[in-house]
Design a protein around this ligand. Structure first.
Ligand code: SAM
Ligand code: DTB
Ligand code: SF4
Length: 316
């Protein structure tokens, strides 16, 4: 089979993957997955929102934008002690990475100092660390790396062509610029997208090609299904067919063979069968823990039961 690692994926080629008969697509995804990973192993990351709500940005999907009338309120930043206590619990439950999210356009210097302290403390527990704090300015990625940050999450969210329908307060190029800073500082990149935001299949193929054509490819690729939040502009958007979601996962796996493809937001509204199909299509990471940032996720016990049922084991 062709080694797709250094391959440049055109939108047309990705669209052809989407158009394969379902069984052929899953078979290809499985072949690629098994060439690079233990197919029964899954990586578990736990999220925490260290600063919730009151965000100045206007992302159309987000509960935390101050511009949308949602039930989420502007809360102060958590203390280091609160964050460390949550990280300990995540570790006891079996997570190997702890991801700290903040509702900012980007961190101010004072915020970054506080987050750096949290990163140091979480890292000292023996967990991998990840943060998602928005756009980074010159020098900020280096400071986070210095504090022991392993991964920085910054999503392209959607295709360049659909982007303006979703966000107006920062552009696609701003995002690429932050991703470049993360790479340059020597951190691992976690970069993915959200589907189910009214995009077409072609736009889904476009976003997969944009993720896959990053060089090097992101180590971690979260594929989120939109969690519809009352009060946001995207509330009421047409739900994606679950099998189209599975196809998106398969396309990510085939085009990014060595990346961890994370079945991310939206699992709470997904059947076990759909999740199992996502794993079959090459997803090998999930967010694990009762909460994502502001919305619910599956209970730890239910996730453990699902993994047991599928004979899957958590990455040590
Ligand atoms: N404020 C920072 C930023 O936007 O870069 C970091 C936190 S932000 C909440 C992190 C990511 O969560 C977003 O880029 C988006 O991909 C995802 N996300 C937010 N709300 C979501 C929703 N309702 N459904 C699915 N994914 C969502
Ligand atoms: C990502 O791609 N998905 C996560 C994480 N990175 C930060 C966030 C999902 C948020 C879902 C909606 C919420 O809980 O507010
Ligand atoms: Fe703010 Fe991030 Fe939500 Fe956009 S996704 S409104 S930047 S918290």
């Amino acid at each position: 089979m062709e080694d797709s690692l250094e391959k440049n994926w055109s939108v047309k080629e990705v669209l052809e993957l989407f158009g394969l008969p379902f069984s052929d697509l899953i078979y290809r995804a499985q072949c690629v997955h098994r060439a690079h990973f233990d197919p029964n192993m899954i990586q578990l990351s736990t999220l925490i929102s260290i600063k919730t709500g009151g965000c100045p940005e206007d992302c159309g999907y987000c509960s935390q934008s101050a511009r949308h009338p949602t039930a989420v309120e502007n809360r102060p930043m958590l203390s280091k002690e609160e964050v460390v206590a949550a990280a300990k619990l995540a570790m006891e439950n079996g997570a190997t990475r702890f991801c700290m999210g903040a509702a900012w356009r980007g961190p101010k210097q004072r915020d970054l100092d506080a987050v750096s302290d949290m990163v140091r403390a979480v890292k000292a527990l023996g967990l991998e660390t990840c943060a998602t704090l928005g756009l980074l300015k010159e020098g900020q990625a280096e400071q986070l790396k210095e504090a022991g940050l392993d991964y920085y999450n910054h999503n392209i969210d959607t295709s360049a062509s659909h982007y303006d329908e979703i966000i107006s307060t920062r552009d696609y190029g701003d995002r690429l610029d932050t991703l470049e800073k993360v790479r340059h500082a020597g951190m691992h990149v976690c970069c993915g997208a959200i589907v189910g935001m009214g995009e077409s299949r072609e736009e889904r193929a476009e976003l997969i090609s944009e993720l896959a054509n990053q060089s090097p490819q992101p180590e971690s690729v979260p594929i989120n299904h939109l969690v519809q939040i009352e009060g946001t502009p995207l509330y009421g958007a047409e739900r994606l067919d679950p099998l189209e979601f599975v196809r998106t996962i398969a396309a990510a796996r085939i085009t990014m063979p060595k990346s961890f493809v994370r079945l991310s937001a939206g699992r709470n509204e997904m059947s076990e069968s759909t999740q199992a199909l996502c794993f079959l299509a090459g997803a090998n990471a999930i967010f694990y823990g009762e909460k994502l940032l502001t919305t619910g996720n599956l209970e730890v016990g239910r996730d453990r039961a699902l993994l047991d049922k599928l004979g899957m084991h958590a990455m040590p």
